[in-house]
Design a protein around this ligand. Structure first.
Ligand code: PLP
Length: 419
């Protein structure tokens, strides 16, 4: 048996050596749309071609200063998307991460009702981080002085037993990150039970906050559309209307470099956030907001546009799943997700194999997100988490990358077994 394993290992190592001698240069690190996807939105750049396009329906000249919280047309568009009211929305610039920074830094600096009692003055503050999760969320919270507390992310959302016990007993736990629909990176969508529990749970911190990042709210890959329940509505029903902040953007709908982002919450929260925002800007890019509304029109038209994205992306996700099934079905080497939407496939390797696999791939020119980056501080005691971001590479490059990814997964697993 040992001999058979060693023979297989020698063969795989020989192939690896060939790849090492002739490295490729393929980047599957980040969730970036491909050029083909970007081209879908090029017509948006010329929709504002008549003088009357420069005036919002409330009479605002959108070329000028003003409209701090966004033009009314854009508020209505995002309200429809996030299932809230237009007065519960602020439409920003091209980045939802920027709005997340604004919300958290404002909460740290001055609490909603009593400025003296801000998070800043309370000493230690902690953030719950369902993992695997989005590395930039964790990095932002770390940067803003939160201690990151890992929580298990299950198939239907965060482990709510863990969450409920922690938030009920520790008033330094101020917030939780959530990517409720097609989560980054596992692609799961929160169940109704989880949304209900998050909105209703007792929290020791009276101003406990849910950072609800719906980045992939319309990013379906299949006909079957998943959607988490409306958290703002659930929180209002539970008597906790100020608990949630909802985010989304058009980064992966139109252009990541020139999209539009929005944040929604209770009317009281939105009014409160407008003040710290007013120190940052006199108003975001309203021409771009209008361009987006004219181009994407409404939810129905937006979903049609997203089907064009899906037609480009689906073959890439299918190729990955097909290759993994072909190589690893019924084996214990790796488990993979097969999401109905979003931008990632997540691999769960055997313990202590993720770092070595990503490293081995880097040496032959296949560049992945750092292993375990999906955990707070990049620390995953099991060392078994790899994220694949396949959207920006061509199908033929992806095929080359997958040959190498499958080889390295097997090689490292075998190496672990032999040694
Ligand atoms: N939120 C999640 C969950 C993401 O995966 C990403 C990008 O990958 C972002 C936010 C970035 O959003 P934006 O471009 O609006 O800042």
């Amino acid at each position: 048996m040992e001999n058979a394993l060693e023979k297989q290992y020698t063969e795989l190592k020989k192939l690896y050596q060939q790849y090492l001698n002739d490295p490729v240069n393929l980047n599957l690190k980040r969730g970036v749309p491909s050029k083909e996807q970007l081209a879908l939105s090029e017509p948006m750049l010329t929709v504002l071609n008549e003088t009357d396009s420069f005036v919002s329906k409330d009479g605002t000249d959108i070329r000028n200063y003003g409209s701090l919280t966004g033009i009314i047309e854009a508020k209505e568009f995002f309200a429809d998307l996030l299932e809230v009211e237009a007065h519960e929305v602020i439409v920003g610039g091209n980045s939802s991460l920027q709005l997340m920074h604004l919300v958290l830094s404002s909460l740290i600096k001055h609490k909603k009702d009593i400025a003296a009692n801000s998070w800043k003055n309370e000493g230690k503050r902690k953030m719950l981080c369902p993992s695997p999760g989005y590395d930039r969320h964790f990095a932002l919270a770390d940067y803003l002085g939160f201690e990151l507390v890992p929580i298990t992310l299950k198939e239907d959302g965060p482990d709510m037993e863990q969450v409920q016990t922690l938030v009920a007993n520790d008033d330094s736990i101020k917030a939780i990150w959530c990517v409720p629909t097609y989560s980054n990176p596992t692609g799961i969508t929160y169940s109704n039970e989880v949304v209900h529990a998050l909105s209703h749970m007792q929290t020791a911190a009276e101003d406990f906050t849910i950072m609800w990042d719906n980045a992939y709210v319309v990013h379906h890959l299949n006909q079957e559309h998943e959607a988490a329940l409306n958290l703002l509505e659930a929180c209002k029903e539970a008597g906790n209307p100020e608990r949630p902040w909802l985010f989304c953007s058009t980064s992966k709908v139109t252009f990541p470099g020139a999209g539009v982002a929005a944040v929604a919450s209770s009317e009281k929260n939105i009014k409160w956030l407008s003040e710290p925002l007013s120190f940052q800007t006199i108003g975001f890019d309203k021409l771009n907001q209008m361009r987006h509304v004219k181009f994407l029109k409404d939810r129905k038209h937006l979903l049609e546009h997203m089907e064009k994205h899906a037609a480009i992306l689906k073959p890439k996700f299918d190729l990955i799943v097909h290759q993994l099934e072909k190589n690893f079905q019924g084996k214990e080497i790796v488990q993979w997700t097969n999401p109905n939407g979003g931008y990632f496939i997540h691999l769960t390797t055997q313990e202590n194999c993720a770092e070595k696999t990503v490293e081995a791939l880097g040496a032959i020119g296949v560049h992945l997100t750092e292993a375990n980056a999906t955990y707070p501080y990049g620390e995953n005691p099991l060392d078994n988490s790899i994220r694949l971001a396949p959207t920006s590479v061509s199908l033929s490059d992806l095929e080359m990358a997958m040959d190498r990814i499958c080889l390295c997964l097997e090689l490292v697993a075998l190496e672990n077994k032999i040694r």
